[in-house]
Design a protein around this ligand. Sequence first.
Ligand SMILES: *[C@@H]1O[C@H](CO)[C@@H](O)[C@H](O)[C@H]1NC(C)=O
Ligand SMILES: *[C@@H]1O[C@H](CO)[C@@H](O)[C@H](O)[C@H]1NC(C)=O
Length: 195
Amino acid sequence: MLFTTTFLSALVAVGGALAQTTPPGFIPAVNKTLDVYYGTQYITPGLMVKKSSVSKQPTIGVTGQTLTGKYLLAMIDIDAPGTPRGTVLHALLQDWTPSGQTQNGSSILATKATGPASYFGPAPPAETPKHPHNYIFLLHAQPDNFAVPAAHKSAVQQRLGINWPKFITDAGLSSPIAANYLQVQSGDNTKIFVS
Ligand SMILES: *[C@@H]1O[C@H](CO)[C@@H](O)[C@H](O)[C@H]1NC(C)=O
Ligand SMILES: *[C@@H]1O[C@H](CO)[C@@H](O)[C@H](O)[C@H]1NC(C)=O
């Protein structure tokens, strides 16, 4: 009995440390958390949020990893309506570097780049039954002379049909160093009040 309890707690502890930070079934699967903050709102993987709270580009960082060099961030909606569901590219931003600042223990990354594809916030259309959209963040080391491969230029420009595993191969990226995802409910009509 005692053994079982101890064994189970050990499993839970290991599971917590290695919890997947990409949605079930998504490839590439990632276990390291990309820290994502919308203002002071910390995104735990899979958190459902209001459309209005994620309209502006988040602050990103990592905990417990020392980063050097440049990084590439993608944000991809994998639940665009259709059969099968498609993808919408919500951001592809290059040249992230360690800023030297921290937030809540995260080493914050910063970029001045607004491309190859600038951030636009989730706005999933209404569906019956409702279908929460998963928006996945993927951070990769950015190769020297990074450029969007020719085969993906149109998908990046139109934001539709990005195939991330193929992009990784074609752009010569290594596995993501961290990832995260959030959900927004389909038909979230949260009004954004601008004062
Ligand atoms: C993530 O952790 C799970 C369970 O601990 C493991 O099976 C899987 O191989 C890991 N995936 C990666 C990409 O490290
Ligand atoms: C700080 O980060 C931890 C994870 O490292 C998270 O659980 C917590 O919600 C964060 N708190 C704030 C205020 O950002």
